[in-house]
Design a protein around this ligand. Structure first.
Ligand SMILES: [Zn+2]
Length: 255
């Protein structure tokens, strides 16, 4: 460590007034740990420079990479350890908390680059989720937020393979065994609205929540509980209407 780094760290340490919770930092050799702690303190100081006294929590959360919220009037920033250990410029995080234009995209790109350090139960590859027109990960995250069920963190998503169906196709499916949502690639079109793809993903995630019921000896998935939950999607009516009007076109695109 050179003198300049040491001086900036010492300064940072003096300035930070809020609490720094660094328990989410990954286990490492003492030297790396020391470095990571220093980086966390620098980030804390940079955030306090911008927003005044606040608390910084370094997390190991698999899903929420970065968030900021006021709690009893006090700002709490939660940041995945990758921002600290992989050296994200602190002004990006400041910009994100401020809601600056482009900050969200910058942070998203950083996360995508360093996705490997996220402690995934199963690696969710962006190769499986990025379409030409629709990014499934965004829809999965939105659907999780809508359903607010913690266990859904382990659900993964990917575009399905092109099937041979000619008269009907499944726009989406949920595999209980693999906890995997698959979305038909025919939906990856510029003319398919995002809310419709989002609704298909939401529908499949509702399956994950509701599970399978056995009614009168028959396995039922679209139960009343299912339908009630499905109806809570904010674009429910729009999605059904779009499907009625465009299913033919989707079918033709699937061939
Ligand atoms: Zn279904």
């Amino acid at each position: 460590m050179d003198l300049l780094t040491w001086a900036s760290e010492a300064k940072a340490r003096k300035r930070a007034r809020g609490t720094l919770d660094s328990s989410g930092l990954p286990a490492a050799e003492p030297e790396q740990m020391f470095e990571a702690l220093g980086a966390a303190r620098d980030l804390h100081a940079a955030l306090e420079d911008a927003f005044g006294e606040l608390d910084l929590v370094v997390t190991d959360n698999r899903r929420r990479m970065l968030s900021a919220k006021r709690r009893e009037g006090r700002l709490e920033v939660r940041a995945h350890h990758m921002f600290v250990t992989r050296g994200a410029p602190s002004e990006w995080l400041v910009g994100f908390v401020r809601g600056e234009a482009g900050a969200r995209e910058r942070v998203r790109a950083f996360v995508a680059t360093h996705r490997g350090v996220i402690d995934h139960v199963r690696e969710q590859s962006s190769l499986d989720t990025a379409g030409t027109h629709h990014e499934l990960m965004e829809h999965l995250e939105r659907a999780r937020d809508l359903l607010m069920v913690g266990e859904l963190e382990d659900v993964v998503i990917r575009w399905g393979r092109r099937g041979k169906g000619t008269k009907s196709i499944r726009l989406g499916s949920y595999d209980f065994e693999q906890q995997m949502v698959r979305v038909h690639p025919a939906l990856d079109q510029a003319w398919v609205p995002g809310y419709f793809v989002g609704f298909v993903v939401y529908h499949e995630l509702v399956h994950a929540v509701v599970g399978v019921e056995v009614v009168g000896g028959r396995r039922e998935v679209h139960t009343k509980a299912f339908r009630d939950l499905e109806r809570l999607h904010p674009r429910y009516e729009d999605a059904l209407e779009w499907e009625r009007e465009n299913l033919g076109r989707v079918l033709r695109a699937s061939r």
